[in-house]
Design a protein around this ligand. Structure first.
Ligand code: 4AZ
Length: 262
């Protein structure tokens, strides 16, 4: 859904590519990307039971989400813009987009961060309340003081059914990959003032090749198995010098906890 955003950003970001490349020189390089999220490999919701499909009423997936309690799912605010309780379903335990198995739940509330305006202005977090509980093991998520988890170069795991190349097709099977977190300075070099360090964290290889892409939005960035980010935006997918941008969940942890208690 951010094709336009990316397209509009191309010119503005082009001037910073050289700086980005320089700033990211010390970051790790991708292993040979064998398969695809972009790069990565197939996996299952049995391996990641908290991994939810966010779908329309016809169960067509359009975003990812993370089950954090029996009735609460964390996703991206930008996934929920224009949606309503009746337009959304959450599907657990369904590894394949064309599957009919698993558990489908309606939602009784959609909380979008009250300050959310646009992905490049931060606050890209939403919490869905399920009408009925979902019996999959939820993920734990970072606390507000866990800010050390994002130290540059830390291995983070991404998950989703998104496209396996920019502008490509979605993956019928859930995919996963690991990417190193990028320093705030490196990410600012890539994205200039669109990168808001308080609200965002970047992850990806200097050389690109492994990334989230269209349709992965709302899904988890896991660090040490704990939900630490939400797939949010980026310039294209898997491009050298343009890491993926994730919601920095430590910033929103207390607000998420408040929603989970409500
Ligand atoms: C999207 O449109 C999207 N490469 C998700 C992640 C990234 C770009 C776009 C990051 O859902």
């Amino acid at each position: 859904m951010f094709g336009l955003t990316r397209a509009r950003k191309t010119a503005a970001v082009a001037a910073t590519v050289a700086a980005a490349a320089a700033a990211l020189l010390s970051a790790p390089t991708a292993e040979a990307a064998d398969s695809r999220i972009v790069g990565g490999s197939t996996t299952t919701t049995s391996a990641y039971p908290f991994m939810m499909q966010i779908t329309d009423a016809s169960q067509n997936q359009f975003c990812g989400g993370t089950l954090v309690s029996a009735t609460k799912v964390v996703t991206a605010a930008h996934c929920m813009v224009g949606e309503s309780n009746s337009s959304v379903r959450v599907v657990g335990g369904r590894t394949y987009l064309n599957g009919t198995n698993g558990t489908v739940r309606r939602v009784s509330d959609i909380w979008i961060h009250p300050d959310y305006q646009d992905v490049t202005q931060g606050n890209d977090v939403a919490v869905l309340t399920l009408s009925t509980s979902m019996s999959y093991t939820p993920a734990s998520y970072v606390g507000s003081s866990d800010t050390g988890v994002y130290a540059a170069g830390t291995t983070a795991r991404i998950l989703g059914w998104g496209t396996t190349s920019s502008g490509g097709s979605s993956s019928n099977q859930l995919r996963t990959a690991t990417v190193p977190t990028v320093s705030d300075a490196g990410c600012a070099s890539s994205y200039g003032s669109d990168f808001i360090a308080s609200d965002m964290v970047c992850a990806g290889y200097t050389s690109g090749g492994v990334d989230t892409c269209q349709g992965d939005s709302g899904g988890p960035l896991l660090i040490g198995g704990v939900l630490a980010g939400i797939t949010s935006w980026g310039e294209g997918c898997a491009q050298a010098g343009h890491p993926g941008v994730y919601t920095r969940l430590t910033t929103f942890s207390d607000e998420v906890t408040e929603q989970i208690g409500s």
